[in-house]
Design a binder for this molecule. Sequence first.
Ligand code: MF3
Ligand code: CO
Length: 256
Amino acid sequence: MIALRTEREIEILRQANQIVAEVLVTLADQIAPGVTTAELDVEGERLIREMGGTPSFLGYRGYPNATCISVEEVVVHGIPGRRRLAKGQLVSIDVGVFYKGYHGDAALTVACGEVDKTRKKLMLATDRALSAGIRASRAGNYLQDVSRAIQETAEGAGFSVVRVFVGHGIGTEMHEDPQVPNCVTGDRGPKLKSGMVLALEPMVNAGTDEVRVLSDEWTAVTRDGKPSAHFEHSIVVREDKGEILSASPKRIWGRA
Ligand code: MF3
Ligand code: CO
């Protein structure tokens, strides 16, 4: 069952996602060589609570932190720790916030200092794949149209989409129906309706799409060790395209 949210609910979802966006852009500005991922997480959790939210990720299926910080070959679910960022790396930040009964969820990837051409291209392609998915998130389209738009954009740039992790519905639970694959599967999926709220989150790899999860049972890395990028927005399906709930006026991602 896919929930259809009222405008009143969407307003609260927007507030939750605006906290997410503010945390993301603040942490993105702190990405620099020498900073540890744990330092970013501590600041992220402090900001979430300061704005009246609770970290959605903390304690979710035993996840130990408020944020996921995924460096280079880490695709998603990087557990913050003592790893120090270095110039030339890609750093993905993923934040979830629970506020007034609703969840917000978004992510972005930023460069630590100067990065090479492949990494720049990978970031841009992943961001554009998210934008394409948002444009396809209009009433009357099938969910598969969203997945196809994401996949074609990422693969058209010469990269591969991760298949084992998906986007999701979001609302009073962080993960609701439907699952949102980043590639076409056999099923065209449900028809989209205005008021459905989805978290679209393409994960795109420079090399193979294959990933493996480390013994901490969270950290997902590329099998070939090549870099990966991840951009996510929570959006509401509208008649013409998805409306972004987690947009920040300070940094633009996922916008066409
Ligand atoms: N954005 C990710 C998701 O929607 C982050 C979840 S991290 C977790 O699945 F720790 F909460 F699982
Ligand atoms: Co998500």
